[in-house]
Design a protein around this ligand. Sequence first.
Ligand code: HEC
Length: 261
Amino acid sequence: MTLSSIKKIALKVVCFLFASIYLISFNLHANDAQMKSLINDITKMYMSSMVYVFKSQPIINDKNIDKKELLGKRFIDNIKQTYLAKYNEEFPKEDHFVKTVLLQAMVEVMDDNKALLYDDEIGFKGIIPATFAFQLSAKLSTKGVGLKIKFTRTAGQIRNKLNRPDSWESSVMKKIQNNPKIYYDENALLNGRPAIRQFTPLPMAHYCLACHGIPDNNPLNAGKKRSEWTNIDITGFEMENWTIDDFGGGVSISIEKSVLE
Ligand code: HEC
């Protein structure tokens, strides 16, 4: 073999290697984009369900009325409407089984609450966005599909100990607390396995303070003498004395990468 033909072969090998590296990295990026879009869809579907539960407090708590808007396919249709109104775009297609499982879990959670919903002895049912979120997380954890959703806040003032942040969530909240914005991490871990994770902060609003604020904000104290005031909110938890300038916590979503392949 002449020197020049060796050079030609070497050149071809190098070109082939570069082309392969380019193609592999292109593929990885396509994958990154798909992962990011999946976690975004999941976040928005979840947020819409919380908004719908918030808006439905009258249907949830009223006695002697039908509750079918909160059950089965009707419930999902209402969440889809809420999504459309909130984001001004069509509800995501069920093009990944994780989305289908999420919708199923939402229906199952409301189904588990059916007896409570129709119980005409109980006025305030306590099915608020935070409890719905918690029940949904618990439901998803039984599905074993590598999707985890959690409603959490900085450690120290957590109502439900099961919502306590893990180390990834704590470090993300530290970073964004003073300037809340969505934080996406495509190289994180969940239960020691590679995962994509996203934290979406919830904006603090005045109505949050009815439960998480100071006793002055507690509607249960309205019209009562200060000496009769309580610092227990309508859901039975001690109020945390948050103010409107405090960090409102947020939604933490993780999907194991094995699910994405
Ligand atoms: C009707 C009372 C009520 C209102 C209003 C309310 N929350 Fe909560 N919140 C709760 C309860 C009860 C829990 C615990 C739910 C559970 O069992 O996991 C909770 C839990 C949370 C958590 C999870 C961490 C924890 O402490 O367990 C965050 C974060 C949170 N709320 C933020 C907010 C924000 C932000 C708003 C307003 C946008 C809000 N809440 C409005 C009652 C309320």
